[in-house]
Design a protein around this ligand. Structure first.
Ligand code: ZN
Length: 320
């Protein structure tokens, strides 16, 4: 089937409308944007989870890789900025496809790939994360028909349990795991001298998060660790968010993280209240209106295994 450009744009607009209500920006490929933040650290956005990068005179590091087409654009930009240096280290914040499907583009380019041990296990476990299945159905895939085939996946060669760190030129990079959150294998990655922290999908900027309970997520511990992270960093630390509501920045301060902690607590309290009032699972999962006090987040998307209300219901009723 061939689409005229006009039909394609119309189809894209419909898809975009659907996408705005979706938790992950996997549908529409945007213009690539490299944004320097501070002291050689910056972000790259195109499609999928926000990428972090470090390019200094002595080395290159990258945090997450989006999808393979986007990873090629990312790598070209990094080469340009680093005068064709290789990559010293690729870190993954967690296993989801919109953060790791581009890893294969870095095969033979990066000296090492680092992730939490559980992220590594999740990455290697079939079936593929649902985002990758979605990717196959989207219009962007048609655009990619002329692109080279996706490379073989590239998995971590270095894993850690609590903390891992390395030097890249004059920068110190520290990856920490604070227990269950968005998944069971999330890493918070601090560029110490730049004072910039990549939160991966532990931070959704004013939008309903994906909560991957099947991969070990815990909303209760997620809220706790956001506070731990803010307490462990300086007041002027800049945080990189995995995803942001359309039109909002993908970076911000600890205040946004604490607001997100409050949101997670409010979803749990909301569900707890309705469980205590004797409402059924069906009644509670059907509550999709914006959460009181968090109207800016908009209505909840469809109920499903990774939706905050559904997961909060499981956590509240099973106690785990
Ligand atoms: Zn994720």
């Amino acid at each position: 089937m061939s689409l005229s450009r006009r039909d394609f744009l119309a189809a894209s607009a419909v898809t975009l409308g659907a996408f705005l209500a979706r938790p992950l920006d996997v549908l529409a490929s945007q213009q690539p944007v490299f944004t320097p933040i501070r002291r050689n650290v910056g972000t790259f956005t195109m499609r999928g989870g926000t990428v972090g990068w470090l390019v200094n005179p002595r080395g290159v590091a990258v945090v997450d890789t989006q999808f393979s087409a986007e990873a090629r654009v990312l790598l070209a930009g990094l080469r340009e900025r680093s005068r064709n240096r290789g990559v010293d280290v690729l870190l993954n914040t967690h296993h989801h496809g919109d953060h790791t499907a581009g890893n294969g583009v870095f095969r033979g380019v990066t000296r090492r790939v680092v992730a939490h041990g559980m992220a590594d296990q999740h990455m290697r476990r079939p079936p593929q994360p649902p985002q990758q299945a979605q990717q196959a159905q989207q219009p962007a895939a048609q655009q990619q028909a002329t692109q080279p085939p996706a490379p073989q996946p590239l998995y971590p060669d270095t894993t850690f349990t609590h903390i891992w760190s390395t030097g890249v030129g004059d920068e110190r990079i520290v990856a920490r795991h604070h227990g269950r959150g968005h998944t069971s294998g999330d890493a918070v990655i601090t560029f110490e001298r730049a004072n910039v922290v990549h939160m991966g999908d532990l931070a959704f900027h004013r939008r309903h998060p994906v909560v991957d309970r099947a991969a070990g997520a815990s909303m209760r511990n997620w809220a706790r660790q956001l506070e731990q992270v803010v307490n462990a960093h300086a007041r002027d630390t800049i945080y990189i968010f995995g995803h942001a509501r359309e039109g909002l920045p993908v970076t911000g301060s600890g205040a946004e993280l604490l607001q997100f902690r409050d949101y997670l607590g409010a979803v749990l309290a909301f569900v707890e209240r309705h469980v205590a009032a004797g409402r059924s699972r069906e009644e509670i999962l059907a509550m999709r209106a914006p959460l009181p006090g968090f109207e800016a987040w908009g209505p909840f998307g469809q109920a499903g295994p990774r939706d905050p209300i559904s997961v909060a219901y499981e956590e509240v009723t099973t106690g785990a």
